[in-house]
Design a protein around this ligand. Structure first.
Ligand SMILES: Nc1ncnc2c1ncn2[C@@H]1O[C@H](COP(=O)(O)OP(=O)(O)O)[C@@H](O)[C@H]1O
Ligand SMILES: O=C(O)[C@H](O)[C@@H](O)[C@H](O)[C@H](O)COP(=O)(O)O
Length: 466
């Protein structure tokens, strides 16, 4: 039995085929880069039609190479927090607002939740520009035509491919509108959003699965009749794919953005444990929750530096980085180029560089930015540890961690004395979504192979590029 796992990421869309233990089948990976439109006023949007076209191309490529044979299940990992307004016919009335978009602001006179602490505990989010209660009124005020309903990127894409595409509790928790205990839309959050239940996606019940629409089943006959499981938020999926599924191991994931998180079992209906004011909490599924902090910067720091600084190509880049100490060296940086993620309010453009001299190189600037992110993660990891009252082991994962040995060593230095391991397989989101779909979350710690990391030394392991 094979599993087709899709990752609806920010920088790219991927489709890969896994075996029954969620191990990637060699060579069975299709990837298309997607373009996030980032403007200087804090916009961060994706074109919904182009995004869907990229996913279709990935499926065509896998089908043409014969990789869709023996697929019995489709699992999906998808970026959290996105929203796209639709007209009555289901056509987008604008681009997809992503997690990177910092423009939404409260409508004049809106006061926010009655009891912000209770609201935070219940929904796991805050009344903040990153979540739908603030995003929806802002979108309505800007949209020229009446909005019939709102969906996330995952529901938009799957709505085109499948017979039905309800929203999973995992994706719903990323909107900031879900009551994490009752697993229903939160009445106060909906009131703040000015939204009626009919304008939101239906919530998928436990055990829901979808099927390809007839026209797509004709295009990919090997997927006809195959069950599609509900999408899992990429943060939740990445923890599972990193093997971080209990209070002993935290995952630090660096893809386009970055996050540090801890997963634990909390079946629907059970009382929610206290949530520190700095951290969010979302659902993995009806059984598990994930608690953590996220950052607008991650691998996008590298993308920016490659574009704007005169960086050498690999392997010279690796060699130059290896000469910079893993604490970041002389350049200290605030890496918040894209502003704060919730709960912070720093606008896009909050990044800073200090300690520059006439001999500072582009590589040192990149190292300073990467080390700046490591320090932010270390601070939040300490808060996360306070919820379990013991130090944790850390597993580094994601595309940027797989690519950069120097960044891994910088994390090991910033997070010391905690043991730091690395999950070398970059596709942890897709793998994690497959394990969730298979109901094998408890086994993920055993199935996800990790390597120890030598502190303080940038080593050339796992095909590291820099
Ligand atoms: N050598 C490198 N050093 C640091 N970051 C890198 C390197 N190579 C690639 N990256 C970053 O890794 C990110 C891609 O990781 P990935 O997990 O695929 O992201 P996503 O899931 O968000 O699409 C990109 O932002 C890219 O710039
Ligand atoms: O836990 C997480 O990872 C974050 O809460 C999540 O919001 C993430 O930042 C975005 O979904 C984008 O993820 P990528 O940067 O991997 O595309």
């Amino acid at each position: 039995m094979n599993i087709l796992a899709l990752d609806l990421g920010t920088s790219s869309v991927r489709g890969l085929v896994l075996d029954a233990d969620a191990e990637p089948r060699p060579g069975a990976l299709a990837r298309r880069k997607v373009h996030v439109d980032i403007g200087d006023r804090g916009s961060g949007t994706l074109d919904p039609a182009q995004y869907l076209a990229c996913l279709v191309e990935c499926l065509d490529e896998l089908a043409a190479a014969g990789h869709l044979r023996d697929v019995h299940l489709v699992a999906v990992s998808a970026q959290w927090h996105s929203v796209v307004p639709l007209d009555p016919a289901g056509a987008p009335l604008g681009p997809v607002l992503t997690w990177l978009d910092t423009r939404p602001a409260p409508a004049p006179g809106s006061a926010g939740p009655a009891d912000p602490n209770a609201y935070h505990e219940r929904t796991g989010g805050w009344w903040h520009r990153g979540y739908w209660p603030l995003r929806l009124p802002w979108l309505r005020a800007r949209c020229g035509s009446p909005i019939a309903r709102f969906v996330g990127l995952a529901e938009y894409v799957l709505g085109h491919l499948l017979d039905t595409a309800p929203m999973s509790v995992s994706m719903a928790s990323g909107t900031g509108l879900l009551d994490l205990r009752a697993l229903t839309w939160d009445a106060e959050a909906c009131e703040l959003a000015g939204v009626r239940p009919g304008e939101l996606p239906e919530l998928a019940p436990t055990g829901w699965s979808g099927r390809l629409r007839a026209e797509h089943a004709r295009r990919w006959p090997q997927l006809a009749g195959v069950a599609w499981s509900v999408p899992v938020g990429d943060g939740a999926a990445s923890n599972v794919g990193s093997g971080c599924v209990d209070g002993r191991r935290a995952a630090v994931t660096v893809g386009t953005s970055a996050a540090v998180r801890l997963l634990h079992r909390l079946p629907a209906g059970e009382p929610l444990p206290p949530l520190p004011e700095e951290l969010w909490r979302y659902r993995v599924d009806h059984e598990y929750v994930v608690t953590g902090a996220a950052y607008s910067s991650g691998g996008n720091l590298y993308t920016w530096a490659k574009r704007e600084l005169r960086l050498p190509e690999s392997p010279e880049l690796h060699a130059a980085l290896a000469r910079v100490p893993p604490d970041g060296g002389a350049v200290t940086a605030d890496p918040r180029l894209g502003g704060d993620r919730p709960p912070g309010f720093a606008p896009a453009g909050a990044g800073e560089l200090r300690g520059l001299s006439f001999s500072t190189t582009g590589v040192e600037i990149l190292a300073g930015l990467m080390a700046g992110l490591c320090r932010m993660v270390a601070d939040d990891l300490t808060v996360l540890e306070s919820t379990v009252e013991r130090p944790m082991e850390v597993v580094l994962g994601g595309g940027a961690m797989a690519a950069s040995a120097w960044w891994r060593s910088a994390f090991a230095t910033a997070l010391a004395p905690r043991p730091v391991r690395h999950r070398a397989e970059p596709e942890i989101g897709a793998i994690g979504a497959a394990l969730v779909a298979l109901g094998r979350v408890p086994e993920a710690g055993r199935l996800a192979m990790t390597d120890p990391l030598d502190e303080g030394h940038a080593s050339q392991r796992s095909g590291a590029a820099s």
